[in-house]
Design a protein around this ligand. Structure first.
Ligand SMILES: Nc1ncnc2c1ncn2[C@@H]1O[C@H](COP(=O)(O)OP(=O)(O)OP(=O)(O)O)[C@@H](O)[C@H]1O
Length: 262
């Protein structure tokens, strides 16, 4: 089942395009990873997929429906969002933030039921952060906040999840935990689209990758064929070597040599 389908999408801010001609398709049970240099438009693309900013042109469908026909609560029921943790100085306790994930499933004037509270608690337990429940979000570390936002997306129960650099501020153990969780969620049939600045992580987690260069898609497809040394060197404008480690994992290494502007 296709959860997100974009064709010829142009995106940007204030009518100014940043990326054009973006084709993207996220299927249930798959992990799609976005890679691209700082400022290329990954977050802008995510915010467009979420209906937070309008596409400038092209088509975008969530499930069977064009996004332009979907009210906010139906988008939220379809697509959960894990924004970058530093974007959210919410003055709420962590468990209330996680419970907000349930609001997409509630009617406009209803309050969360005991089952909603249970689902929020289960999401926190699954991430090993139940002990943070009563803590003020503004007083959590960046990594703790990131875990809370992931729990909120889990509690939402949407079939697709968009994650903007979900492991950026996580320590090694939590990074592993989230990486494993992403694969488990895909195994359970969720579709996950995430961005990362770590090509090794993309190679490990993703079924498919989308390489975003200035202006548009540089390449897209399965990890092995798409994440070549040459494609990544072009993407980041610096020489990159691809190595296969003894356990079969792919590792990318930026070679010495400063990139130039020309
Ligand atoms: N609200 C906004 N209004 C105008 N321009 C914006 C806005 N937000 C981002 N931009 C610009 O859009 C471009 C893409 O930004 P975006 O945050 O999507 O990049 P990114 O690929 O997610 O970057 P990073 O990897 O550094 O997080 C940048 O040039 C940025 O300055």
């Amino acid at each position: 089942m296709t959860l997100i389908e974009a064709r010829g999408l142009a995106i940007g801010h204030g009518g100014q395009p940043i990326l054009k001609g973006v084709d993207l398709s996220l299927r249930a049970g798959k992990v799609l990873c976005l890679l691209g240099p700082n400022g290329v438009g990954k977050t802008t693309l995510f915010r467009t997929l979420l209906g937070l900013i309008p596409a400038l042109s092209g088509t975008l469908a969530l499930g069977e429906e064009p996004i332009t026909r979907l009210p906010r609560h139906r988008i939220a029921a379809h697509l959960a969002y894990v924004p970058q943790a530093q974007d959210l100085p919410f003055a709420y306790v962590a468990q209330d933030i996680v419970l907000m994930g349930r609001s997409a499933a509630l009617g406009p004037y209803s309050s969360p039921s005991a089952q909603d509270v249970q689902l929020a608690q289960a999401a926190m337990q699954r991430l090993g952060i139940a002990h943070l429940g009563a803590r003020d979000m503004t007083r959590l570390s960046g990594g703790q906040r990131q875990m809370v936002l992931i729990a909120r997306a889990l509690a939402q129960g949407a079939p697709a999840i968009v994650m903007d650099e979900p492991t950026a501020s996580l320590d090694l153990a939590n990074r592993r935990r989230i990486g494993d969780l992403i694969r488990v969620l895909a195994g359970e049939g969720k579709g996950i689209i995430l961005s990362t600045h770590d090509p090794d992580q993309a190679a490990e987690l993703a079924d498919e990758v989308l390489l975003l260069g200035p202006g548009g898609v540089l390449a897209s497809g399965p990890v092995q064929q798409t994440m070549t040394a040459s494609a990544l060197s072009t993407l980041y404008g610096t020489p990159i070597r691809r190595e296969t480690l003894s356990e079969g994992a792919i590792h990318f290494r930026a070679l010495p040599g400063l990139p130039s502007d020309d």
